[in-house]
Design a protein around this ligand. Structure first.
Ligand SMILES: [Zn+2]
Length: 490
């Protein structure tokens, strides 16, 4: 049996300025053929699961083309077309295939295409015909459209946020393929959309945790293949954004419909529990309370590069400096200029910096300060978080600066912080600090929850704000919760 894998993955924050081009994909993840295997073998990623499952089942796996960029602005149309064409070309060159496994996201938007996943799936379907088995892995932040269901045989979204189950979804997608090919399984999928958007919400805690448990209870039935609560991705100004529930049974469309509507009904009835408290940084420092010997993790969600934040926002760091916090570190601020300046000056130098605040006015002014260059690194380490464990990370040259007594790590590459390895790389043992500030929404929980005294979100203005009323939607279908008062469903 020969199965091809490939895909294009992007979470598009349409509120970011500019466009995302091929450079951003090439910087983060760009693999052709064997490169995809080399980057993912032994890694807790979708592809890592696909590779291991194929090996175990004796399936001949043909890697084709895969690209992924850190979440950012709308994808330039030429860039998307080039990647999609390359994917089709590489799938064609794969020779005779028995099935195709696509690794997509669900919240990709290109110029003129509100839903790149349906576009890719439909194009692959049209190209390979109605009989080619096509399975797809997706992120739970996908805004999922019916067209994807119509053109794929089976869709598998991650259940957990932090996405520690990407590997397992890759395994599932491969395991179903022999059954699809033999006719043993005929998936019937149904999706129920709710007029509801979520700010990013971890599944480690209620109410999202409870909804997952309801989904998994359904999955225990023999004829239920999957039930997934898609949170959707709110910072996207496209008509259909938000929560959906996808249920998949073996050849029982009525049952798939009933399960997806039941779970959606429970989410809808509990929607007020999903409304987040909004805490400005000053209040967060108070909420940190007494030191118990373990660090308080403060996450600046609104500038999470993993949701499209520039990563160079200065609101939280400025508040920490003004509050004169002691035993505090920040990992990290994205600012290639300041990194270069520190590397030029060398370890032990004192330099005048204009740190961060250079890309999106919403994220604050640069911090003008005197900084001591404590250490300089190459930005390379191996991810240790249960999410994506084993992945080789390269954040480019980095620097650890000391500004008003606060240790601040600065990066060349923009991405979110997933575990404390980046601190360790710079000689910082976070368990010895009281305050550890990072830019991430929820993925960091997989790496930091085991060592944290408390985790508290600091709400600053930004492109990934938990306060959805701060986004200026123009194309979104209204009414929708939580923006509008009068929203009814069904
Ligand atoms: Zn996600």
């Amino acid at each position: 049996m020969r199965i091809a894998m490939g895909g294009i993955s992007h979470e598009t924050n349409t509120f970011c300025s500019g466009k995302t081009g091929l450079d951003e994909f090439q910087e983060r993840e760009w693999g052709v053929g064997q490169e995809i295997i080399d980057a993912n073998k032994g890694v807790r990623s979708y592809q890592g699961g696909v590779i291991d499952a194929c090996e175990r089942l004796g399936i001949d796996l043909v890697p084709t083309f895969y690209a992924s960029a850190t979440p950012s602005a709308i994808i330039a149309r030429e860039a998307f077309d080039e990647m999609e064409n390359l994917l089709i070309q590489k799938l064609d060159e794969a020779g005779k295939l028995d099935g195709i496994c696509l690794n997509l996201h669900g919240a990709g938007v290109a110029e003129g295409i509100d839903d790149i996943e349906s576009h890719v799936i439909t194009r692959v379907r049209d190209h390979f015909g109605p009989d080619m088995p096509i399975v797809v892995t997706l992120d739970l932040h996908g805004n999922i459209f019916q067209e994807s269901l119509d053109n794929a045989d089976a869709l598998f979204g991650v259940n957990l946020y932090p996405h520690t189950d990407s590997y397992d979804r890759g395994v599932e997608a491969i395991e179903i393929l022999p059954k699809l090919i033999s006719g043993e399984v005929k998936p019937a999928m149904h999706i129920t959309h709710l007029p509801m958007m979520l700010p990013s919400t971890t599944t480690d805690l209620s109410p999202a945790k409870d909804i997952n448990e309801i989904c998994w209870e359904h999955e225990k039935q023999d004829d239920v293949i999957d039930c997934t609560f898609f949170h959707g991705f709110a910072p996207a100004d496209i008509p259909r954004v938000g929560v959906s529930v996808l249920a998949m049974t073996n050849n029982d469309p009525a049952k798939a419909k009933q399960i997806s509507e039941d779970v959606a009904g429970t989410i809808w009835s509990r929607r007020e529990e999903f409304r987040p408290p909004i805490n400005p940084p000053e209040k967060v420092f108070e909420m940190a309370g007494e030191d118990d010997g373990r660090p308080v993790i403060i996450n600046e969600k609104a500038d999470n590069p993993g949701g499209g934040g520039p990563g160079d926002g200065t609101h939280l760091l400025r508040a920490m400096i003004e509050a004169k916090l002691e035993d505090a570190c920040f990992g990290f601020i994205h600012d290639p200029e300041t990194v270069a300046q520190a590397h030029d000056a060398g370890v032990g130098a004192t330099i005048s910096v204009r740190l961060g605040g250079k890309k999106e006015p919403l994220h604050g002014e640069p911090i003008e300060a005197t900084a001591y260059v404590k250490c300089l690194t190459d930005g390379r380490f191996i991810q240790q978080s249960p999410m994506g464990r084993g992945r080789k990370v390269d954040l480019g040259k980095m620097a650890r600066l000391v500004i008003d007594g606060i240790d601040v790590i600065v990066s060349t590459i923009r991405t979110q912080t997933l575990d404390d390895e980046v601190f360790r790389l710079h000689g910082i043992e976070v368990t010895r600090y009281k305050y550890v500030a990072i830019k991430s929404s929820n993925h960091f929980r997989a790496g930091f929850a085991p060592i944290a005294h408390k985790i508290i979100r600091a709400d600053t203005p930004g492109l990934v704000s938990a306060d959805l009323s701060t986004f200026n939607y123009k194309r979104l279908e209204r009414p929708i919760w939580p923006l509008d008062d009068e929203v009814s469903w069904p």
